[in-house]
Write a protein that binds this ligand. Structure first.
Ligand code: SF4
Length: 258
């Protein structure tokens, strides 16, 4: 029997997809699959535990044991919005190895990221050929026309508390809000709301630059420079570009082939 693998990110959208998959196929066929980056917020694990209790299904927690910083050091490459090597190694490649011939993969991509669904469909068509194991990909939030408020209402109906990052105004619950792919608006939000996570990412970047002085997470400055500018109020948020405003959900769907 083929499996239905739901790629859980630790966020609400993929949790709704788990609910949908279990209603559609049942517990025997559905696998709830989570890639642990070891950078996650502690409350993400509470959320996963609550989902396990609610669904009565054990979540598969997959990891190669490294966090993104260890991947950057091993690959001699700093992840950023242009090269999401961490997402590729810790999520996409692992899922692409994990699924079996004939499996169905379910992703929590919503209508606002429909272009990514098109790309993911193509990537997994190519992976199917390269790895000689077919799969189907489903995007139930798009297919069922589910809006964010419906996801929130569903979660409320379960009695499960949403991950605390949403309470703090983050759009996703990935890597404790300290995602190397995020734009400057997001980093500013992180600095204001979780300064300890910002400080940790800044430390990582500073240490990495001892060996690779040109490496930066942001396109045109270091996190330290950005923080100094924010603290000196030397930033005009109204001038931020679309790139600065970028927020990307990280659910193991990098457009890479391995
Ligand atoms: S959330 Fe960001 S930092 Fe974490 S694995 Fe994904 S791309 Fe990398």
């Amino acid at each position: 029997m083929s499996r239905v693998i739901v790629a859980l990110s630790g966020g609400m959208a993929s949790a709704w997809c788990a609910h949908w998959a279990l209603e559609t196929w049942g517990k025997e066929q559905v696998v709830l699959y989570f890639n642990d980056t070891k950078w996650e917020d502690a409350d993400l694990y509470r959320f996963l535990d609550d989902l396990e209790d609610h669904f009565g299904v054990k979540i598969v927690k997959d990891s190669d044991g490294r966090n993104p910083e260890e991947v950057f050091n091993d690959q001699h490459l700093m992840g950023n919005s242009r090269i999401a090597i961490c997402s590729r190694v810790l999520k996409a490649e692992r899922l692409q190895k994990y699924y079996g011939d004939g499996d169905i993969l379910v992703f929590g991509i919503d209508k606002s990221e429909e272009h990514r669904a098109v790309r993911i469909t193509q990537v997994y068509a190519d992976v199917s050929v390269k790895r000689k194991k077919k799969c189907q990909v489903f995007f139930p939030l798009i297919d069922q026309g589910i809006e964010k408020w419906q996801v929130r209402d569903w979660l409320k109906s379960t009695g499960i508390r949403q991950p605390r990052l949403y309470d703090m105004g983050f759009a996703h619950n990935n890597c404790a809000g300290g995602c190397v792919r995020a734009g400057k608006k997001h980093w500013n939000h992180l600095l204001k709301n979780l300064p300890e996570v910002f400080a940790e990412r800044e430390r990582m970047e500073t240490e990495f630059r001892f060996s690779y002085p040109n490496a930066t997470i942001l396109k045109d400055e270091t996190l330290e420079q950005f923080r100094n500018r924010m603290e000196e109020k030397d930033v005009q948020p109204e001038l931020w570009t679309e790139e600065d405003k970028a927020v990307v959900e990280c659910v193991g769907i990098c457009d890479v082939l391995t």
